[in-house]
Each structure stands twice: as C-alpha cells, then as structure tokens.
Design a protein. Structure first.
Length: 139
C-alpha cells in the first residue's frame, strides 16, 4: 500500500515551507490540491512537477474514489492553498477515504494561521477554540 502525506503549506511566504515538506513533495508521484493553480506556484518555486489532481469542496464521490485509486500506483501528498489540509477544507475527505482503502496516512506539521495569529497577541493561551472561518458571503 502507498502512503498519503498530509502536507502543510505556507500561509504567505513560500520560503516558510519546511525542508521535510519540500522533500516529500519532490518524492511523491501525485499531489492532490485544493486549487491546482495555487499549488503549481509552490511546486514551481521548488522546481518540481509531480502530477496534480484537483480536490476541492465540490469534488464528487466518484472523483474522490478516482483520486484514492491513484494511491495504488504510488505515494501521494495532499495540500491546501495555505496551512494544513483537513482544517476547514476538503482534505479530510481524502484522508478518510485513504484510511478506509487501507493506505497509511502521515501528517507533516507546518504553518497554522490561528496559531500564528495567537502568537503575536501577547496574551497567554492555555487553550483556545477554533470553530471555523467566517463565510465569504454576507448571507
């Protein structure tokens, strides 16, 4: 069985990508991405060109199954536009499907918008609650 790597990506500066994340992205055959245009910029910055697969909130169950099936032919990474896949984005659906299909899933730590924002407040945090992002539309 192949491995699905859950790779956290930079929130702003592409140079914030961890060395390990860059190594994994260079080693996998496929990268499942929330927005392939955004991910292509990151991969170009790294000078690598794995196959890209689109994975967004409107991905059909059939399309998700097809992406999981590609894990049978090699390791894959899943990325979001910025931050960690599975936190308020469709990465969790791929992780659940990969686990159900018997694949190993390995997370790679990295940037977190909420932790980054909290770190510069000067306040002490023993705990905090993340409920999600505000809707893009006013409705």
């Amino acid at each position: 069985m192949s491995t699905l790597y859950v790779v956290a990506t930079p929130i702003g500066n592409l140079s914030d990508l961890t060395k390990r994340a860059a190594e994994i992205l260079a080693s996998v055959t496929t990268v499942a991405a929330e927005d392939t245009r955004v991910t292509r910029k990151l991969l170009s910055h790294l000078g690598i060109s794995p196959r890209l697969e689109s994975l967004h909130e409107h991905t059909s169950p059939e399309r998700l199954d097809a992406v999981v099936a590609k894990l049978d032919s090699g390791d894959m990474a899943v990325v979001t536009d910025a931050g960690t896949p599975g936190i308020s984005d469709p990465g969790s659906a791929l992780v659940a499907a990969a686990v159900a299909a018997g694949h190993e899933v390995i997370p790679l730590p990295g940037p977190s918008a909420i932790v980054t924002a909290l770190s510069i407040t000067g306040w002490s945090f023993d705990r905090f609650l993340f409920i999600g992002f505000l809707p893009r539309k006013k409705k």
